[in-house]
Ligand binder design. Structure first.
Ligand code: TEU
Length: 551
């Protein structure tokens, strides 16, 4: 292991309250399996990430967030952690992590790592101990083991379903059942057991001591379950309610208050970012009250269709809800769980959450419309005040991949639903760096854990680099302007431009987005950026413009 005492840690002076970096940061999500593969085994790794960080820094983002790279049997692409304090050999070593972190800090990039506290892998030593121990034992009480219902306990303890399909309970040979809200290889911890909370505080410290700038907290809404584990009201669930006995329980917040204090012991503005799929926005904002986390992904925004009025409402409600607790609004369009927004926003009919799309899906997106719309949506998002997330590959305009054969699919969702849901593989395909290289420069061997489509040669980074009007250049310019014009720390003031368009001022910039079919006037002033080349003096469908209208 590297001697940390000799390692430079980025200068991390704490800012005055209200001026912390994360309030306006653009955070770039790296999905380690699919970013860059130095070893050539077809799965990305930490050395690969380090080698490509200059290109991330040069894009103009403030921070990176890495999806899990911990020891894991990879049953859920690393969200099944067997050892929270070690790197999985497919990604490298702790030394590789330290070097990657040093490289990132040297480039001025903050580093956020993923923390998965709702469940571990079934290969975690605690779960192995629990399996070997008797019902009712101490070892079992760190997870959620229960006797079943029915005459001989042959029925699951309640009616909860796994997010990935099928029952949320699996029976072990002695007859007890254990809870897993996700795959059966991901047993849920029992957060009532004090050892669980203590272990995660140690894990936080382990990575904070190494110098990370914060954590993205997986399933932050799930750690606390309702006492007695009551059945889900299936009528409520069918009606789309997010209220459930396992998500968004009030006592989950105690956990984050404790973590907040741990982060405060460290120099610099360390950050906790909640992955909390709860609604409405006021409920999500409870995760970012002043003594809890700092940011929460705005999934309500992500799930809003390309509709002017609905977007205006969600933007207003987000600024209001997060602002009411002193937290920044956040904006996100894509991540490793959702259909890439370049495709999603143009799908007809619209997709269902979590279902994914495949080659024979009913939902289709016209490629031309989808690229215009995807670029427009990004320009709208990056003009909003607050913090924004970018998912690797969206700066290349990558579409969701549908050409994945059944036998190549890896997301447990596909197997657990017997193929009824495609799952998330289509947004996780290794990204293209070089048009003419093996695996498009993902590695030197040409291997790739998910197949890369042939049409990605044209989208490779080197095919877009320096090419005026390319999606890569659009992202670069938008990020530079966002920074120069302080859009992230600005305020938003709406201008009325009719029912199917949006316009607002943010500081010296006026933004106009045309989400309808009628042409919309471009305001007078210096045109700073357009999401696609303007054919006339007005804005056509699916176009966004940033105009300098003030000093
Ligand atoms: O996701 C939590 C979650 O609820 C999402 O799984 C979402 O509802 C689903 O992907 C359908 O879109 C987190 C991680 O981001 C995800 O990758 C993991 O699979 C999951 O937790 C379990 O750790």
């Amino acid at each position: 292991m590297t001697d940390l005492s000799t390692q430079p840690v980025a200068p991390q002076d704490s800012s005055t309250a209200g001026a912390e970096w994360w309030r306006s940061a653009v955070i770039y999500q790296i999905y380690p399996r699919s970013f860059a593969d130095a070893s050539g085994d077809g799965v990305g790794d930490l050395q690969g990430i380090a080698s490509r960080l200059p290109q991330v820094a040069e894009l103009g983002v403030d921070a990176i967030w890495l999806s899990p790279f911990y020891r894991s049997p990879q049953k859920d692409a690393g969200y099944d952690v067997a050892d929270y304090r070690d790197v999985d050999p497919i990604f490298g070593t702790l030394d590789d992590f330290d070097r990657m972190l040093e490289t990132a800090h040297g480039l001025g990039l903050r580093v956020i790592v993923d923390l998965v506290p709702n469940h571990s892998s079934s290969e975690h030593v605690w779960f192995q101990e629990a399996l070997a121990a008797a019902p009712g034992s101490e070892a079992r009480s760190r997870y959620i083991f229960r006797d079943g219902k029915g005459e001989s306990g042959e029925l699951p303890p309640n009616n909860w379903q796994s997010v990935f399909g099928g029952p949320a309970w699996t029976r072990v040979p002695d007859g007890q059942w254990y809870l897993h809200l996700f795959d059966s290889s991901q047993p849920d911890f029992d957060w009532n057991h004090p050892a669980v909370g203590d272990m995660f505080v140690d894990v936080l410290r382990f990575w904070l001591d190494r110098g990370v700038d914060g954590f993205r907290v997986d399933v932050a809404h799930g750690n606390a379950k309702a006492p007695g584990l009551p059945d889900v009201d299936e009528e409520l669930l069918a009606a789309g309610s997010m209220d459930s006995p396992y998500f968004g329980q009030e006592h989950v917040h105690e956990i984050y208050r404790r973590w907040h204090l741990v982060l405060e012991e460290y120099e610099g503005d360390r950050v906790l970012c909640a992955e909390a799929w709860v609604q409405p926005l006021e409920k999500m904002a409870r995760f970012v009250r002043p003594d809890e986390m700092h940011q929460a992904f705005n999934f309500v925004y992500l799930e809003t269709p390309w509709d002017a009025q609905r977007l205006r409402t969600v933007i207003d409600e987000s600024i209001e809800a997060f602002g009411a607790v002193g937290a920044p609004p956040t904006w996100v369009l894509s991540n490793h769980d959702t259909i890439r927004h370049r495709t999603r926003l143009a799908l007809v009919p619209p997709p269902t959450h979590g279902a994914g799309i495949g080659a024979t899906s009913e939902s289709k997106a016209d490629p031309t419309v989808s690229l215009r719309r995807g670029r427009a949506a990004t320009m709208l998002m990056l003009a909003l005040p607050g913090s924004a997330y970018i998912y690797q590959g969206e700066e290349l305009g990558l579409p969701e991949v549908t050409a994945i054969e059944d036998h190549q699919r890896q997301d447990p969702t596909f197997a657990r639903t017997q193929g009824a849901l495609w799952g998330r593989d289509g947004c996780r395909v290794p990204i293209p760096w070089e048009a003419a290289a093996p695996a498009y420069g993902f590695n030197a061997s040409g291997d790739s854990w998910l197949p890369q489509p042939p049409e990605w040669a044209a989208l490779a980074r080197d095919a877009q680099d320096g090419v005026a009007g390319s999606t890569l250049e659009l992202y670069r310019l938008a990020l530079r302007l966002r920074q120069e014009l302080s859009l992230g720390t600005g305020t938003l003031e709406w201008i009325d431009v009719g029912p199917t368009a949006l316009s607002f001022r943010n500081g010296s910039v006026t933004v106009v987005a045309n989400l309808g079919h009628d042409a919309v006037d471009v305001p007078r002033g210096e045109i700073l950026l357009t999401s696609s080349p303007l054919d006339s003096a007005s804005l056509a469908a699916d176009e966004v413009v940033w105009v300098r209208t003030g000093a």
